[in-house]
Write a protein that binds this ligand. Structure first.
Ligand code: PLP
Length: 284
């Protein structure tokens, strides 16, 4: 089955789908996006993703190109045309095409792109053995709550992690606190079994997986607190893990080469991962 992309009103062969060279997303990273998991052919947690997309658009003063009802139809159509059962949908909206000028163009029309692909399954070794993260300075702007396509610091951070043989890079603010990963939210479990993740302020993206895991934690009755935690605290945590749409929940067993807990995925991380898999399965 050949891949199909939705680009500004048309379903096109993926191999020839393109946006204009003066699309402001291309020239200024002037756009926003969402990555939504597809489970059994259905979008997972679509409502919080669309709510976050709407919020990002409002924050950047980009007009939504269509209603959420219409967008849901396009998303399903792209998933269907690509025959995706388990995968992801990528939704991107840019401010549109205009002669290059930093200020907003008077007439540009937002451009919507939707693609979908099968998900590479998460490496079972990463689940069983846990993953390593490194820490890097957070060099991003001050509105990381907006899911903008401007991802260069995240790209550089992930590449650094890859070159260091780690799965992810946890970004660290000037106070020495972990903000989040380059494409994941960061969590620890303290020695007294309290789950800690940074509060959803403008220093992090409020992950949809983060929200789902917080719901699970509340429902299961675990202790948790949303507050900053330092690299020092993380290294002496009982457990650590990370979350995102693409990987779900993965245990972290090493930070900058320091083993977390006994160096194995923690009990609570494994339990929460199981609960998250149940949450995913319920989407079908
Ligand atoms: N933080 C950043 C910087 C991200 O890019 C992402 C996902 O792309 C996340 C966190 C996790 O968000 P979600 O759970 O919505 O995928």
């Amino acid at each position: 089955m050949s891949r199909v992309a939705y680009v500004d009103g048309q379903y096109l062969p993926h191999c020839s789908a393109a946006v204009h060279i003066e699309d402001r997303g291309y020239q200024f990273a002037d756009g926003v996006y969402e990555v939504i998991a597809v489970v059994g052919g259905c979008p997972l947690d679509e409502e919080p993703h669309l709510a976050r997309l709407a919020r990002s658009l409002v924050e950047l003063r980009i007009t939504a190109p269509m209603s959420n009802a219409a967008l849901r139809v396009v998303i399903r159509e792209v998933v269907r045309r690509n025959g995706v059962r388990d995968g992801i949908v990528y939704v991107q909206i840019t401010r549109g095409v205009a002669a290059r000028d930093h200020a907003f163009p008077a007439t540009a029309r937002p451009v919507l792109v939707v693609t979908s692909r099968r998900k590479r399954p998460v490496d079972p070794r990463a689940v069983d053995a846990g993953v390593a993260v490194i820490t890097i300075p957070d060099i991003r702007w001050q509105r990381c709550d907006i899911k903008s396509v401007a991802l260069l610091p995240n790209v550089l951070g992930k590449q650094r992690a890859k070159e260091d043989g780690a799965f992810e890079a946890w970004q660290v603010d000037r106070e020495g606190n972990v903000t989040e990963g380059t494409s994941t939210n960061a969590w620890i479990v303290t020695p007294n079994a309290t789950v800690v993740t940074r509060q959803a302020d403008s220093a992090i993206l409020d992950g949809v997986t983060r929200l789902a895991v917080l719901d699970i934690i509340r429902r299961e009755g675990y202790n948790f607190v949303e507050r900053p935690f330092s690299v020092v605290e993380a290294k002496s945590a009982r457990e650590a893990f990370l979350t995102s749409t693409v990987v779900g929940l993965l245990p972290v067993v090493k930070i900058d080469g320091v083993a977390i807990g006994n160096g194995q995925p923690g009990l609570l991380s494994r339990k929460l991962r199981e609960c998250y898999l149940t949450h995913e399965a319920a989407a079908k």
